[in-house]
Write a protein that binds this ligand. Structure first.
Ligand SMILES: NC(=O)c1ccc[n+]([C@@H]2O[C@H](COP(=O)([O-])OP(=O)(O)OC[C@H]3O[C@@H](n4cnc5c(N)ncnc54)[C@H](OP(=O)(O)O)[C@@H]3O)[C@@H](O)[C@H]2O)c1
Length: 243
């Protein structure tokens, strides 16, 4: 088949949605997955892609998702997020389970399921959206920072395990990006979510999507291993300049 195909998980909002648009612009047929299929269908109609239901925490859902994709050149492991902010002493185990299932095991399930197709493509690329939380620990963030560290280690391990195979691996680690991320983290509390981004020139989803597009458009011998990208107003995970 001559059309190059890309798979984007968590494409119903934020970084995933913008990335699907960017890769479609570059001529990819894009398979988009998430749980909110109504949103995916609108996006698929706009970009000429294929919307598929996907819950990365569910083995059967991931299996059906991968089976519906005939061949894959690019996989963007983007589905993920945070739940809550709590000190270790008050950690909510259900929030931890959600973060580990979604970010870590979700990335593992989808990557395992699509790896044979990425290798068979002869020129595969796996982009994993980790976070500055994969490099730093911050107060009250241990559930998310530990999950993002684990997701990143899974991705970095695969980089060495796939040496010699025609698959590139790129980790993109963003700082603050204004998306639905904080709305999800704070259980739908819009006021609390808005405070996270107040007084900062935040990154937007398109900033990350353009970086994915740049990575995907390099020639096959060029592997961008890690890209850390933050707003100018952010020096570290928890250190911001606010106006
Ligand atoms: N925003 C930031 O500041 C920031 C910074 C660094 C890294 N990141 C990372 O960037 C990625 C994208 O986040 P975002 O900022 O774009 O947040 P977002 O707007 O909340 O998007 C998250 C996406 O993940 C999907 N998702 C969540 N659980 C899922 C599941 N079980 N199965 C399938 N899809 C699932 C959501 O779709 P459904 O709810 O429809 O399933 C949604 O499309 C995440 O991995 C996040 O950790 C974000």
């Amino acid at each position: 088949m001559s059309t190059r195909t890309a798979v984007v998980t968590g494409a119903s909002s934020g970084i995933g949605e913008a990335t699907a648009r960017e890769l479609a612009k570059q001529g990819y047929h894009v398979y988009i997955g998430a749980r909110r299929v109504d949103r995916l269908e609108r996006l698929a109609a706009e970009i000429g892609g294929t919307a598929l239901p996907l819950d990365v925490t569910d083995d059967a859902s991931v299996e059906a998702f991968a089976a519906a994709i005939e061949h894959a050149n690019v996989l963007v492991n983007n589905a993920g997020g945070a739940k809550g902010l709590a000190p270790v002493a008050q950690a909510d185990l259900d929030d931890w389970r959600w973060m580990w299932e979604t970010n870590v095991l979700g990335t593992l399930r989808v990557t395992k399921a699509l790896l044979p197709k990425l290798i068979a493509s002869g020129d595969g690329l796996i982009v994993t959206i980790t976070s500055v939380a994969a490099f730093e620990a911050y107060e009250n963030g241990s559930g998310y920072t530990s999950a993002k560290h684990a997701q990143a280690v899974l991705h970095r391990t695969l980089r060495t395990e796939l040496l010699g195979q025609p698959v590139r691996l790129t980790e993109i680690a963003p700082g603050a990006v204004e998306t639905e991320f904080s709305l999800v983290r704070f259980g739908g509390d819009a006021e609390r979510a808005a405070k996270v981004y107040e007084g900062i020139d935040n990154l937007v989803a398109d900033d990350i999507a353009e970086i994915v597009g740049f990575v995907a458009s390099r020639p096959p011998h060029v592997n961008l291993d890690q890209i850390i990208v933050k707003p100018r107003d952010q020096a570290a995970a928890g250190r911001f300049h606010r106006r």
